[in-house]
Design a protein around this ligand. Structure first.
Ligand SMILES: Nc1ncnc2c1ncn2[C@@H]1O[C@H](COP(=O)(O)OP(=O)(O)OP(=O)(O)O)[C@@H](O)[C@H]1O
Length: 417
């Protein structure tokens, strides 16, 4: 229904958007993301005809919006602005009825149909009980829903929202975003929203458009757009991108800046871990400036995924497979090249027993630190084999760190010794 065709926008001499090209589909929510000043609001202004693009066209319902009257435009497209404060003492019903203006004849009065539509929109947005309240007396979340009801009363096919949840607490954020989700599903609305929170964007948008330096850096499904590289390029931010184990949506964790404050130049730590027990250790050691390697990790293991995200050199093995002699030999090689070996307290079964064996082979010649977890769970699934090898490692001089937090100091002591 909406097609943004190769538009460029300027403010005077300053180029703000260049060659922006995309279309929307029925029942789809598109999130516009990008750093401050990348042109997100300008794009919404161009689509809602507040500013005129320097070149390109915006087609709505097969018509160029530059040739549409404001009334016609408002019947097809509604905007929920960033600032929803209303200074005047209007009741919520009056506010929602304002959305009917494009449908009311000049100097005409609201008809029964206008009231019916307003009530329906208030019902859909859960605001009908607020109809006689003054808009100025509502909470931010309630006000936001009333303003969305006003936009819906225009009966648009396309809904534009400029940062609809930025002033709301987490509970009201979810409430408003779930409302938008219902509206696109039930009413077939095409939604375009500017949104700063990348995790909410990943959760609630079907497609994302990432703006950077006036252009579209990447557009597509959230998991294709929200990659570590794209985020680094657009926001200069160092992040970890994972899939949430419960929801399946990608989520982003902001890490320290790329450069550690004090670099432990050239010192290598090889990590033996698995099942997520090494993720925190990897990050903590990288942040301190160590050159970290890891092994042997099975593809799909959460430590493997973290190692890939953090660009850690890793000996890998096929998913859910025991360690092969080749991977074992590579792991030994990496340990020989390291200054310190760190072993996380991973449960050991027959498949990963070889990792412990490799450590025991090297333990006398290198400092080995065993990181013990506070949570005491079953660690040996090998009828005592793993425990025997652990004892061998300890008797060869390994030391224990109680949690990842202690690790950097212990490593430093070992290296200084
Ligand atoms: N009316 C204006 N006149 C001149 N320059 C403007 C005007 N409005 C915005 N700009 C500039 O255009 C660029 C894009 O602004 P825009 O508000 O579209 O960015 P944004 O991505 O929405 O930013 P934010 O995330 O901070 O809200 C910025 O450099 C801004 O300073």
């Amino acid at each position: 229904m909406l097609n943004v065709k190769d538009i460029s926008c300027n403010y005077g001499e300053i180029k703000v958007l260049e060659n922006i090209d995309f279309g929307t589909n029925r029942g789809e929510c598109i999130g516009i993301i990008g750093p401050n000043g990348s042109g997100k609001s300008t794009l919404l202004k161009a689509i809602s005809k507040i500013i005129k693009p320097a070149s390109g066209n915006i087609i709505l319902c097969e018509k160029d919006i530059s040739k549409m009257s404001s009334k016609d435009l408002a019947k097809n497209l509604a905007v929920v602005p960033q600032d929803t404060n209303v200074d005047f003492e209007f009741s919520c019903l009056d506010i929602v009825l304002m959305g009917r203006n494009p449908h009311i004849k000049r100097f005409g009065m609201e008809s029964k149909k206008d009231y019916d539509v307003a009530y329906t929109c208030m019902e859909q947005t859960g605001t009908l009980h607020l109809k006689d309240r003054l808009i100025s007396e509502l909470s931010g979340g309630e006000r936001q829903r009333v303003i969305i009801a006003r936009a819906l009363a225009q009966e648009p096919g396309v809904l534009l929202l400029d940062e609809p949840v930025s002033h709301l607490d987490i509970n009201h954020q979810i409430e408003v975003l779930e409302l938008i989700e219902r509206l696109k599903k039930n009413n077939g609305l095409e939604v375009i929203m500017v949104i700063h929170d990348l995790n909410l964007a990943a959760r609630y948008c079907d497609r994302l458009i990432l703006l950077h330096e006036n252009k579209i850096l990447c557009a597509g499904r959230p998991e294709d757009v929200l990659t570590r590289d794209n985020i680094r390029k657009a926001f200069c931010a160092n992040v970890l991108v994972r899939r949430h184990p419960l929801t399946g949506f990608v989520y982003i964790t902001l890490l320290n800046s790329n450069e550690p404050k004090e670099k432990v130049s050239g010192k290598k730590v090889h990590l033996i871990s698995g099942a997520g027990t090494g993720t925190q250790i990897m990050y903590s050691l990288l942040s301190k400036g160590y050159d970290v390697s890891a092994g042997v990790l099975n593809v799909l293991d959460s430590d493997y995924e973290a190692a890939m995200q953090l660009n850690i050199k890793t000996v890998i093995e096929a998913p859910f497979s025991p360690i092969t002699p080749e991977a074992y030999a590579q792991n030994i090689e990496m340990m020989k090249n390291a200054d310190v070996i760190v072993v996380s307290d991973v449960p050991v079964g027959w498949g990963n027993l070889k990792n412990l064996e490799a450590v025991s082979e090297i333990a006398g010649s290198k400092p080995v630190i065993m990181v013990e977890d506070e949570i005491s769970t079953e660690k040996d699934f090998t009828n005592g084999e793993a425990s025997k090898i652990r004892e061998k490692i300890m008797s060869a001089g390994a030391v224990i760190a109680h949690g990842a937090g202690e690790l950097p100091d212990i490593i430093k002591n070992k290296l200084d010794a």
